[in-house]
Design a binder for this molecule. Structure first.
Ligand code: ADP
Ligand code: MG
Length: 403
């Protein structure tokens, strides 16, 4: 379904909800990476992101019930996916107890929730221990809704999923709204759908054309130019008849790529492709001197965009007044092939006149790694969710928050 022209319309902010003395269910995204064995939380940014919402509710004297998934236990109780380390980390960050129920729903969970006093926090065990979560089962929705008077969604990263805790339970709760994370995501991403300052440039990269062809297609109706890099660019280059050696190419997507380039021309959207690339014979290799895309050796793999391409893309991004970036320009995990991605991050950071929005798990990691995350307008916490949002799809987790 297409999103209404203003996706935020009618959605209340948690600050405007009556929460004093009320039981408030907050859907958070605490799907954090854990160290194997020790189960230590290795990156707590998804937890710290929700602190404004949680602290606001504590200060207002709400009785807070947190719900999240962690990993893919597939509807079964699997202890290795327990939220226990997450509850411990949150308690540490807040300097306050967080009581973890040992199940997502049931008598134990109900007891933990009913024992809450104003300003206290309970966390339900991993919601995906219950098969009804991903199935959006009505009975589970009713059970979860019975634990609260107010529903708050602060989990943008799962807003594209119509699950019990993100969508289904909401219709059984009267007061509902968006937490600080969710509200900020809707605010910035909506700006990309409205009347933007131009030129509007989309930078798309990453692993596969097939992951992103829907976004590419949807962007044709909105942007002035599309800048392509990463393995995705290889498929486009091969579609134009270049020889890509041993580069990652989706051979079954060449027709789609050609078709896209034709449609872009019809829409008068400029598509920029690499003119030079950094080539190596293995991922552990050093980046050899850059070569023209017309001279890629048979044994070589294109693993990053080259300096001439960087110059060109930088120029396009400096002139832009709105930028959406998803997908790294190369194998940025390896320093030898990170220059293109870092250059794009820097070009966005340097453009103070533009609205600059970054989405995608690896792209967000790349801009953080470059130390530039706070120099752009917004880095989305959602990978798939941000891509669906910029396509103009009405995400079930957001739609559920409207009156
Ligand atoms: P995001 O998570 O930001 O949406 P993707 O998941 O689509 O991004 O793509 C990221 C992955 O693409 C990275 O692991 C990166 O190493 C890989 N990648 C980028 N460029 C290339 C390339 N030229 N060859 C192989 N892999 C690439
Ligand atoms: Mg990714």
């Amino acid at each position: 379904m297409a999103a209404p022209s203003s996706p935020a319309a009618g959605i209340r902010h948690v600050q405007d909800l009556p929460v004093e003395g009320k039981r408030v269910f907050v859907r958070v995204d605490y799907n954090v990476p854990l160290e194997k064995g020790t189960k230590r939380v290795t990156d707590d940014s998804r937890i710290t992101a929700t602190l404004p919402t949680v602290r606001h509710l504590i200060e207002r004297g709400a009785r807070i019930v947190l719900g999240s998934h962690l990993g893919r236990p597939d509807g079964q109780v699997k202890r290795e996916y327990s939220l226990e380390p997450v509850a411990a980390r949150l308690a540490h960050l807040l300097g306050q107890d967080v009581t973890l129920a040992d199940e997502p729903v049931g008598d134990g969970a109900r007891k933990v929730v009913s024992d809450l006093r104003d300003g206290q926090i309970a966390m339900l065990e991993n919601l995906r221990f219950h098969p009804g979560e991903e199935a959006n089962d009505e009975q589970l929705c009713r059970q979860l809704a019975s634990y609260c008077d107010v529903y708050v969604n602060d989990a943008f990263g799962t807003a594209h999923r119509a699950h019990a805790s993100t969508a289904g339970m909401v219709k059984f709760v009267t007061a509902k709204g968006a937490g600080f994370v969710m509200a900020k995501e809707i605010d910035f991403l909506s700006r990309l759908l409205g009347d933007v300052d131009r030129p509007y440039v989309a930078v798309l990269g990453g692993a596969k054309v097939s992951d992103k062809i829907e976004v590419l297609d949807a962007l044709l109706g909105r942007v002035n130019a599309i800048v392509i890099g990463g393995a995705m660019a290889n498929t486009f280059l091969e579609a134009q008849g270049k020889a890509l050696g041993k580069s990652k190419v989706e051979r079954d997507k060449l027709a789609i790529a050609r078709n896209f380039l034709r449609k872009a021309a019809e829409h008068r959207v400029l598509v920029h492709l690499p003119t030079d690339v950094v080539v190596a014979t293995s991922l552990d290799g050093e980046g050899a001197p850059p070569v023209s895309v017309d001279a890629i050796p048979e044994e070589g793999m294109a693993l990053d965009i080259g300096p001439a391409t960087i110059e060109n893309y930088r120029g396009v991004l400096t002139a832009a007044r709105t930028v959406f970036w998803n997908g790294p320009m190369g194998v940025f995990e390896k320093p030898a092939f990170a220059a293109g991605t870092v250059a794009i991050a820097r070009a966005l950071a340097d453009n103070k006149l533009a609205l600059t929005v970054v989405g995608g798990g690896d792209s967000a990691a790349a801009i953080a790694q470059a130390g530039l995350a706070d120099k752009v307008s917004h880095v989305s916490t959602g990978g798939g969710a941000s891509l669906e949002f910029v396509q103009g799809i009405d995400l079930p987790g957001i739609a559920a928050l409207r009156p």
